[in-house]
Write a protein that binds this ligand. Sequence first.
Ligand SMILES: C[S@@+](CC[C@H](N)C(=O)[O-])C[C@H]1O[C@@H](n2cnc3c(N)ncnc32)[C@H](O)[C@@H]1O
Length: 287
Amino acid sequence: MTILEALNWATDHLRDQGIDNPRLDAELMLSHSMHLGREELFLRLRGRVIEEERKTLESLVRRRASGEPLQYMLGHQEFWSIDLKVDPRVLIPRPETEHLVEEALSILVKISSQNIPSVLELGTGSGAIAISLAKEVRNIFIVATDLSEDALMVARENAKRTGVCDRIRFVKGDLLGPFRSGGAFDLILSNPPYLSDSEIRDLSREAKDHEPVMALSGGEDGLAFYRRLVSQAPLYLKEEGWLLLEVGIHQAGHVCGMIEARGHFQKPARIKDLSGIERVMKAQRRE
Ligand SMILES: C[S@@+](CC[C@H](N)C(=O)[O-])C[C@H]1O[C@@H](n2cnc3c(N)ncnc32)[C@H](O)[C@@H]1O
């Protein structure tokens, strides 16, 4: 079998099973099976695929066709141009979460000109957000938490691989539970679990059957974590510190209402993603 034939076979099989982007997945799986870069495949389309490589490809295609996410099968996902290890212990970081990183950086630029910013990320998962910030800002102190010890193991490994261990402390705990109140942080940010029970029922099989439910479920209406965060965060923020949250589709209005009702913040701002969906909320604590 040639590389071109293998690609066509895998693409057709995945398409028949209703997998999105079958050609791209086929290319990534074959390059993984052959230990070649994707570009190298295109340069060698008539090259042979040996038996062992074919068997590996077949097994990957079978798993992918049954709904396993490609990122878990290949063991990594790019986020903020960083290659992160991912496996079923953590949520696969989504591209829209890069908006949260962008907004955090715009806040940190102002703070870091005066002092070393102290940042708290709640629900770090693979460590994607904390590691991206630590990569971009050299003088920073980040505490990143998760309730899942399994997720923290992946996050620690990613921080080590990325060379930012010295700037992030990982802590196991339930939201703000591990910390004393009293205004220690310049920025608290989170991409919390925010799907409602009905959204979880309607999820793709990739997410429903493979991603950790603890990373997805935001309670019956999806807003449980926002209620807790908005009510507790002011006690842990410095004066004029920032709360920055990723929100799900149609949640911005609700979360904005919670922030305004809390009364401890200035008027919150809503930031849209590239599809025009309000994706990030930011609010500054009053003095
Ligand atoms: C939506 S995922 C976000 C993961 C990662 N920050 C990202 O953006 O890719 C939410 C994370 O919150 C964690 N989590 C769930 N409940 C928590 C709680 N009560 N306290 C702290 N973390 C929690 C989950 O384990 C999961 O890693």
